[in-house]
Design a protein around this ligand. Structure first.
Ligand code: NAD
Length: 296
C-alpha cells in the first residue's frame, strides 16, 4: 500500500483521510491545527510539523484546503510541494478553488514532470464520512486513472470534467445552481407560510410537483420539516454560508473571465453576502431562510 501525504484535515479532509486509513494506506498528515491530526495519529498516521515533513517518502499527495491562496501556498511557497516532492509522486487537490489557480499549479507541476489533477468534491461532510463523495476531476485521462484507486476509497462517483481546471469550473457551476435553488426554495416556503400554509404540507406538495429540487427532497431549509436536515439542528453542521459565498464568488470570477452573464448566480451571491453580514456566516447555508423570515 502506497504512502499518502494528506494536508488539510478540516470538516472534509479528516473524514476523507480516515477512509484512506481504513483502506490500509500509510498516512503522513499535516494541518495547522494540531488537534485535527490527533484522531488520525491514534490510528497510526504520522503527524507532521510541516508540509515538507509530510511529503517525505509519499507517493501521493492529497490536499483539502479552504481556498486558492492556501492551496497556492502549500504547492508553491518556500519548501512547497511542487519543488520538494518525490519526482514520481501524484498530486491531487480536492479543495474547491478558482480554476485559474488550478491550471497554473498543474502547469508548474507538469514543468517538473509531475502529474497533478484537480478533484473538487460534492456530497458534504456526510458524504466525506460515509465515503460516498462525488469527485469532479480536471486533468489528463492518465492522471485521473492514477488517482482513481485513491478517490474510490473516499467516494462513489468519479467524473472526468476535462483538462486541468475543468473540475473547478464544473464544481462552480453546480454550486452556483445549488445556491440559487436553496434561496428559491426558502423564498417559496416563506411566501406560503406567510399566508398560513404549513411548511411541511407545502414542502410535500412542492416535492411532488414541478418545483421539486434537491432542497425539497433532501435538505429542506424549514426547521422541523426534515429531521436530519441542518435546519432541524439549529443550522449546525452541513455546508457553511461562508463556503457557499466563496463558491458563488468563484462562479462570478469564472463568469467574468469569459464575459458570461450569470444574473441569478450574482443575485444569490448578494443574498448570501447579506446573510453572512448579519452574523450567519458559520451556519449551514439553508439558513438563508432567515433572510426571508426577517423580511416579513
Ligand atoms: P475547513 O475549514 O473545515 O478545513 C480546512 C483545514 O485546512 C483546516 O483544518 C485548516 O487548519 C487547514 N489549513 C489551512 N491552511 C493550511 C495550511 N497552510 N497547511 C495545512 N493545513 C491548513 O474546510 P472544509 O469544510 O474541510 O473544506 C475544505 C474544502 O472543501 C474547501 O475548499 C470547501 O469549499 C470544500 N468543500 C467543503 C464542503 C463542506 O460541506 N464543508 C463540501 C464540498 C467541498
Amino acid at each position: 500500500m502506497k504512502t499518502i501525504a494528506f494536508i488539510g484535515l478540516g470538516h472534509m479532509g479528516k473524514p476523507m483521510a480516515l477512509n484512506l486509513q481504513k483502506a490500509g494506506h500509510a498516512l503522513r498528515v499535516y494541518d495547522l491545527q494540531q488537534a485535527a491530526m490527533d484522531e488520525l495519529a491514534a490510528g497510526g498516521a504520522v503527524a507532521c510539523e510541516s508540509v515538507l515533513e509530510a511529503i517525505q517518502g509519499a507517493s501521493v499527495v492529497i490536499t483539502m484546503l479552504p481556498a486558492g491562496k492556501h492551496v497556492n501556498k502549500v504547492y508553491t511557497g518556500p519548501n512547497g510541494i511542487i519543488t520538494q516532492v518525490d519526482q514520481s509522486a501524484l498530486l491531487i487537490d480536492c479543495s474547491t478553488i478558482d480554476a485559474a489557480t488550478s491550471r497554473q499549479l498543474s502547469a508548474q507541476a507538469q514543468a517538473r514532470g509531475l502529474v497533478m489533477v484537480d478533484a473538487p468534491v460534492s456530497g458534504g461532510t456526510g458524504g466525506a464520512k460515509a465515503g460516498t463523495l462525488t469527485f469532479i476531476v480536471g486533468g489528463s485521462a492518465e492522471g485521473l486513472e492514477q488517482a482513481r484507486p485513491y478517490l474510490e476509497k473516499m467516494g462513489k462517483a468519479i467524473f472526468h470534467a476535462g483538462d486541468a481546471g475543468a473540475g473547478q469550473v464544473a464544481k462552480a457551476c453546480n454550486n452556483m445552481l445549488l445556491g440559487i435553488l436553496m434561496a428559491g426554495t426558502a423564498e417559496a416556503l416563506a411566501l406560503g407560510v406567510s399566508q398560513g400554509l404549513d411548511p411541511s404540507v407545502l414542502s410535500g406538495i412542492i416535492a411532488q410537483s414541478s418545483g421539486r429540487n434537491w432542497a425539497t427532497e433532501l435538505y429542506n431549509p424549514w426547521p422541523g420539516v426534515m429531521e436530519h436536515a441542518p435546519a432541524s439542528n439549529n443550522y449546525a453542521g452541513g455546508f457553511g454560508v461562508d463556503l457557499m459565498l466563496k463558491d458563488l464568488g468563484l462562479a462570478t470570477e469564472s463568469a467574468v473571465s469569459v464575459k458570461a452573464a450569470t444574473p441569478l448566480g450574482e443575485l444569490a451571491r448578494n443574498l448570501y453576502a447579506l446573510h453572512s453580514g448579519k452574523g450567519h456566516g458559520g451556519e449551514d447555508f439553508s439558513s438563508i431562510l432567515k433572510l426571508y423570515q426577517q423580511a416579513q
